[in-house]
Design a protein around this ligand. Sequence first.
Ligand code: MN
Length: 205
Amino acid sequence: MSGDDDVLRTYRGKRRFDRTAEPAGGSPEGGGEPRYVVQIHDATRLHFDFRLEWDGVLKSWSVPKGPSTDPHDKRLAMPTEDHPLEYRTFEGVIPAGEYGAGPVIVWDEGTYEPLSRDFGRALEKGHISFRTHGGKLRGDWALSRFRGGEDGEREAWLLVKKNDRHASARGTPDPWRVRSARSDRTLKQVAREATEEWTREGGRS
Ligand code: MN
């Protein structure tokens, strides 16, 4: 066993799986190239969730402004609890009253190549670089902790595009206009479809 029950305790403690469609985790997955996913989540505040598969879980950061293709943009990335690997495909609406209530789309997904030597140790030390091979995000990135970690202060990291041939001044697209990499839907469409479904279900009971 991977000790999965232990590492996902924080994640599970925040959620009621009889109410939210988010995965509880625990299915064996993985193998092959490690994967990354970027979800867009309209919770209390709209943000991007940046997740890297590592050590049997998705290491996660909440990035309020989202990843930028412009190496001049240093994007704040606040670590959040490890998520189960199955979260990689989660798209839908977290119901009102539940943790993180609001719609989620999978904006981008793909595999990544760890560039830091001893990636696990680099993660602990708070500085990693990696190369994404995705539908949207490509090239090299750095993710570095600049606050917290040892003194108990809440951690804050920066996500920055490295200057390579995939860098550009385009920045980040409008999160309200972009479409899901999995279903081609916008955040609003996902929200509307869930509301319609719940209304129908309510009508039947
Ligand atoms: Mn989120």
